[in-house]
Design a protein. Structure first.
Length: 174
């Protein structure tokens, strides 16, 4: 099952979409898979939706907030809507993938993340700008809010360091 919603600019162009998906266990898929995604569809349209003095470039804290909301949706909201999570049995270690990427039309070069996220807050990098970064963690999806935020902070630091921001530390994200 899936659901998506779109925020459109005043002229009707899609600016931002949010989508969630849950694949329930069955004969071909013995485990539950959930996903939550937020995507800026058109940066010009997104600019038209926001207040005039607001930047379309996310801070690291804003990026963390988006990832946290997606994680909570995929790990808590979707499973609770589809089954009794207190009686779920794990087929394997639960994993969470946190990914940020700059996507676009397949016939055009991908944008770099630093056009969408202020990565300078993470300090200098030893690489050129990247179109995506991700980190996968193995963790119980049933975490208290405070614990999920701590795990997210550590995971984001690991992701940033793994993609060249070697001075990134947990103090970046409050």
């Amino acid at each position: 099952m899936s659901y998506s919603a779109t925020i459109a600019a005043p002229d009707g162009r899609p600016a931002l979409t949010g989508a969630v998906m849950a694949a329930l266990p069955g004969a071909l898929q013995p485990s539950t898979v959930t996903c939550a995604e937020v995507a800026i569809q058109d940066t010009a349209a997104w600019t038209g939706v926001l207040p005039p003095d607001m930047s379309t470039t996310l801070t690291l804290e804003e990026m963390a907030s988006v990832l946290l909301a997606a994680w909570e949706t995929a790990a808590d909201v979707l499973p609770a809507a589809t089954c009794d999570v207190t009686t779920m049995r794990w087929a394997g270690p639960p994993t969470v993938e946190l990914r940020v990427s700059a996507e676009g039309p397949h016939d055009q070069p991908r944008a770099n993340l630093d056009t969408l996220i202020n990565l300078s807050e993470a300090g200098p990098t030893d690489r050129s700008s990247l179109p995506e970064m991700a980190v996968t963690i193995t963790v119980s999806p049933m975490l208290a809010d405070t614990e999920r935020r701590q795990v997210l902070r550590r995971a984001l630091v690991r992701m940033l360091q793994g993609f060249g921001y070697v001075e990134a530390d947990e103090h970046l994200l409050t």
